[in-house]
Design a protein around this ligand. Structure first.
Ligand code: BMA
Length: 340
């Protein structure tokens, strides 16, 4: 079996890769295709109606866990409440998702103040950091902001305070400290469907108090990412820099179109962009990405990495309805992210 990891490094305070050794789900590039990233033939791997009361299951995050995989899933239910659920899988394809949402325990007494009123929880990410998994998600507190919790077993989840003031979406932790500090990519927004969006990093010594916000990158006019950009999976550490897979949005006459791209960030100062793909990596081009509750959306939230085999498997939400998988070679992604 190949060793897998969630992208964690082994220096600068990192605790090393999460202890796990299951082979990541994989399909070879289809014959005749020159694509950097290609879709799984098993898509969508998670159907909208997997749970008795699920309207849709998408924009979800998975990691290696014990002898298989675990994850946190966005489930919109049949009242259209948006919430996050834990799940487990042996192979990363067939998932057993808890029908009941995660009930976050307060990590300290003051967290009860922000738990008093639930509005929504959505678009989770999961990151192995030092000795546990951290979940970050879009948490409703007088508008969208970033919630953080940790778990060691995907059964009990301990919620810290929200990282930021509203409005903010897409909080994505780095898998180790950088320069001795915890670092989170995030995207300030508005309370609605936000027709703008740049990616920033924010730093913390304790994962509670965040500051030293730095601009990373913004939209590029007249391209697939001309309206807004937001971070996707946990950044993947490579010799050349942090590989960032992200979503970019353009505005067509029929609304937003969400595609997937890749960039390279400086290892020591990740707010410095050292490469950017230019092209999209994947854009909504097949039926399950073009048709659903929100048409024309591919939205990556997680990536499994097998460095020895040069493989990356990317989990993404399609059309805000189902969960899908795409594959790529790590070396090709890095070359793509260097830019043209
Ligand atoms: C964003 C988020 C995502 C969603 C996307 C497309 O603002 O709400 O959850 O996938 O819009 O609808």
């Amino acid at each position: 079996m190949s060793r897998t990891d969630g992208g964690a490094g082994e220096h600068d305070g990192g605790g090393g890769p999460a202890p796990a050794a299951a082979p990541i789900p994989w399909e070879d590039r289809p014959p005749g295709s020159g694509a950097v990233a290609w879709r799984s033939s098993r898509n969508p791997i998670i159907p909208r109606g997997l749970l008795p009361r699920s309207n849709s299951i998408f924009n979800s995050a998975v990691v290696p866990f014990r002898d298989g995989f675990a994850g946190v899933f966005r489930v919109d239910d049949t009242t259209r409440t948006m919430n996050v659920h834990a799940g487990r899988s042996r192979d990363g394809i067939a998932w057993d998702i808890d029908p009941v949402p995660i009930r976050f325990l307060p990590a300290d007494d003051r967290v009860r103040e922000i738990q008093a009123t639930f509005t929504h929880a959505y678009d989770p990410r999961v990151t192995w950091l030092e000795d546990r998994w951290y979940v970050t998600w879009c948490n409703g507190y007088h508008g969208p902001t970033i919630g953080i919790a940790w778990t060691q077993d995907f059964e009990s989840f301990h919620q810290l305070d929200n990282a930021f003031l509203p409005f903010n979406r897409n909080g994505v932790l780095f898998p180790r400290r950088v320069g001795g500090r915890y670092l989170m990519l995030n995207r300030p927004s508005d309370s609605g469907h936000t027709a703008f969006g740049d990616i920033f990093t924010s730093e913390s010594m304790d994962l509670v108090h965040w500051g030293r916000h730095r601009h990373v990158m913004g939209p590029v006019p007249w391209t697939w990412e001309s309206t807004k950009v937001g971070p996707g999976p946990t950044p993947i550490e490579t010799d050349e820099g942090w590989l960032l897979i992200y979503h970019g949005v353009l505005t067509s006459c029929n609304g937003f179109v969400y595609s997937m791209g890749a960039a390279l960030l400086d290892l020591d100062e990740p707010w410095r962009v050292i490469g950017r793909g230019g092209d999209y990596l994947l854009s909504p081009q097949v039926a399950y990405e073009q048709v659903g509750d929100v048409p024309n959306v591919v939205f990556p939230c997680a990536a499994l990495v097998d460095r020895a085999a040069d493989r990356v498997s990317i989990y993404y939400g399609a059309a805000d309805t189902v969960t899908c998988l795409a594959h790529a070679h790590l070396s090709d992604l890095v070359a793509f992210a260097r830019g043209r």
